[in-house]
Write a protein that binds this ligand. Structure first.
Ligand code: G3P
Ligand code: CA
Length: 329
């Protein structure tokens, strides 16, 4: 993105050893083409979202990984979803199960009962590994089996605090739009797909596929959607987003090179949720730029860096829909 200008000084000039805990003053932003200017969040208000659960500590996308994330104090969780051969939504990142289980095969060709035979935990453990010692109950049977989205929704909605959910649809897949149809139907069963006017669901749907995001907007118009970006296409370099989408989801690699992208998105009245932010310098960069959510494999480390160890969650309402905050999404 040659046309984007880099602001001075660089956020990376910040002293690396210090947690970034001081609240920043709200900065008024100019009104943009897609909506009114939104105030920046303070450091304490930046939600920390556990990417695939607390996936650095515990095998990704297992119930154990999400329980660990909530124990660590994450404000929300991220998951990838795919449809099985019998139309069940499961939380698996890769098209195949080979990397994260002791089985082989393509998720979309396997039935849920077949996936349930597999162990999605042992691939991350090495003999004598004590990495789960901090969470002894996470070793119980079932905690390392394939996780259905339904089970994850039960966990999240049963939590005493409001927990945000960033659900990513994975495309391409042979089931195309059936993914979004099953997803919205499942969210509906939990009362999360159609928040009333003035309320916001804790769930948002993300995708690299603009088509998937459009389908969600058609099926559940009041649900927040995030367009994930591996690179910023020319037409979106002014900070605009496709119609109806209010959140950009750039990879941290984009902001390292083009930090000014955050201000451009904000100037259009849109928000920025960044993945996957694990390094201290990247966390500092996100804070300095005023991003609106940090998605990390290391939620505990991010919370500590933000000075929030043991502190109140960024969102304190009970689970379920909340009244719309003018500072949201
Ligand atoms: O949170 C978005 C991020 O998860 C996208 O990349 O490959 O980890 O799903 P990936
Ligand atoms: Ca993902």
């Amino acid at each position: 993105m040659q046309s984007l200008r880099r602001p001075e000084p660089r956020p990376s000039d910040r002293r690396r050893s210090e947690p970034v805990s001081a609240a920043r003053p709200h900065i008024a932003l100019r009104a943009g083409a897609s909506g009114p200017a939104l105030p920046r969040r303070t450091v304490a208000e930046i939600p920390v979202i556990a990417h695939r659960g607390a996936s650095e500590d515990v095998p990704e996308h297992t119930l154990a990984a999400y329980e660990a994330a909530l124990l660590q104090g994450a404000d929300g969780v991220e998951c990838d979803v795919r449809l099985t051969a019998d139309m069940q939504l499961v939380c698996v990142h890769d098209r195949r199960v080979n990397r994260t289980s002791d089985g082989r095969g393509v998720v979309s060709t396997l039935e849920l009962a077949q996936l349930r035979q597999l162990d999605f935990g042992s691939w991350k453990q090495r003999p004598g590994d004590e990495e789960f010692a901090e969470y002894p109950d996470l070793r119980r049977e079932g905690a390392h089996r394939v996780l259905t989205l339904e089970r994850l929704l039960e966990l999240v909605t049963g939590h005493p605090n409001r927990v945000e959910m960033a659900i990513e649809t994975k495309h391409p897949t042979r089931y195309a739009g059936l993914v979004e149809e099953h997803l919205v139907a499942l969210l509906d069963r939990f009362g999360l797909a159609h928040p009333r006017l003035g309320e916001r669901s804790p769930v948002r749907v993300m995708s690299f596929s603009a088509m998937s995001v459009r389908r969600i907007r058609r099926l559940a118009p009041s649900l927040d959607t995030v367009l994930l970006l591996d690179r910023v296409p020319l037409r979106l370099r002014d900070g605009s987003l496709p119609r109806g989408v209010r959140i950009a989801g750039p990879g941290i690699h984009i902001l390292r090179i083009h930090p000014e992208y955050v201000e451009r998105v904000h100037s259009m009245g849109n928000r920025v949720h960044v993945w996957t932010v694990d390094q201290p310098s990247d966390i500092d960069l996100c804070v300095e730029l005023g991003v609106d959510a940090i998605i990390s494999n290391r939620p505990k480390a991010v919370l500590a860096r933000l000075g929030r160890d043991g502190a109140a969650p960024a969102a304190t309402a009970r689970h379920g829909v909340i009244e719309l905050n003018p500072d949201s999404p």
